[in-house]
Design a protein around this ligand. Structure first.
Ligand SMILES: *Cc1c(COP(=O)(O)O)cnc(C)c1O
Length: 321
């Protein structure tokens, strides 16, 4: 079985007079189009881990997350595609006896066994470091480990091939949750180019250390060419203030690109905000579209998993021999 992705993901130009007036060029790296059921950066981060899991002969993937975790759904879908079992350890023991929300229902439909744990315990175990189960490949909450960082670095390598003069003029921007994606993107950039991570959680200053630690784990060194912006979280994780909602909806209707609200909208609003403030003048900015909007839970599923795909372009994936 395959978990193929459509790579390289497209690079498109955003034509916007407001940005032009601020002296900013904006491109979108459309990682949201990489895969139909393992979207965006979740595919990038999982791919090298899946390869390891299969090579190690594991029979199951095990991971951690909240009740609406995109990472948990991605792991369930990937495991199913690879013919592996999956286990999701979910924050909140009280959820065990309640009707499943759409996200957990989707993971269960993909064959994931859900285990619900007390919030007080969850924090301690979500790194996965204490987990020992025979035949289980363990991924931490959010999926950020050394292999994931190397998977995310491929985004920057693709971009360097698509923009051959990628360098000192360039800023590559993405949203930051656990930091694995920005750690990889920064590490994969050619010298001179900068990565800008936009924190979607209310910052306590630990995120910089997380990114540095992940780069050390992946490469044995820090790349030094990145920074995080902490003023664009909109009140915290999952919060989408009305103004941000309006901004994202307007961008969608003007440019025809679906804008995922918890992460991508915040990174995009940071680009516009920094452009307006004159902090990106004469820069060429590439925003990595790291995911897709949540499905409308009321809508019927559009297609069975893995039925889609665009065969006219190259495919790259993890195969199970
Ligand atoms: C999970 C996620 C992120 C965060 O990635 P990290 O590697 O955890 O920083 C960013 N964007 C989207 C759309 C995501 O789903």
């Amino acid at each position: 079985m395959l978990v193929p992705a459509d790579l390289p993901t497209p690079l498109t130009v955003v034509d916007d007079p407001e940005l032009a007036a601020a002296g900013v060029e904006l491109r979108l790296k459309r990682d949201d189009l990489a895969h139909p059921t393992v979207p965006g950066n979740k595919w990038r981060k999982l791919a090298p881990n899946l390869e390891r899991a299969v090579a190690d002969g594991c029979r199951a993937l095990l991971t951690y997350g909240g009740a609406y975790s995109t990472h948990v759904r991605a792991v369930a879908a990937a495991a199913r595609a690879l013919g592996l079992e999956s286990v999701g350890v979910i924050r909140g023991a009280e959820l065990a006896g309640m009707p499943r929300n759409w996200s957990l229902a989707r993971a269960e439909r993909d064959g994931m066994a859900l285990e619900f744990v007390e919030r007080s315990v969850y924090r301690e175990i979500a790194s996965g470091r204490q987990e020992r189960r025979a035949g289980h490949f363990v991924l931490p909450e959010g999926g950020s480990n050394a292999a994931a960082v190397r998977g995310a670095a491929v985004v920057a390598e693709e971009l360097a091939a698509q923009l051959p003069d990628l360098g000192a003029r360039d800023v590559v921007c993405c949203a930051v949750g656990t930091g694995g994606t920005v750690a990889g993107i920064a590490a994969g950039l050619p010298s001179g180019a900068q990565a800008l991570g936009v924190a979607v959680l209310r910052g306590e200053g630990y995120l910089e250390r997380e990114v540095a630690t992940l780069q050390l784990a992946a490469y044995g060194r820090e790349s030094g060419n990145w920074r995080l912006a902490h003023d664009w979280h909109g009140g915290g994780y999952g919060r989408v203030p009305e103004e941000l909602e309006r901004f994202a909806a307007r961008f969608e209707s003007r440019h025809g690109v679906p804008v995922e609200r918890r992460y991508v909208a915040k990174a995009l609003s940071a680009v516009y905000g920094l452009a307006r403030a004159g902090e990106l003048t004469d820069r060429r900015v590439t925003l990595v579209v790291t995911g897709v909007p949540d499905p409308d839970p009321e809508a019927a599923p559009a297609a069975p998993p893995f039925a889609g795909g665009r065969p006219e372009r190259g495919r790259s994936g993890v195969s199970r021999s």
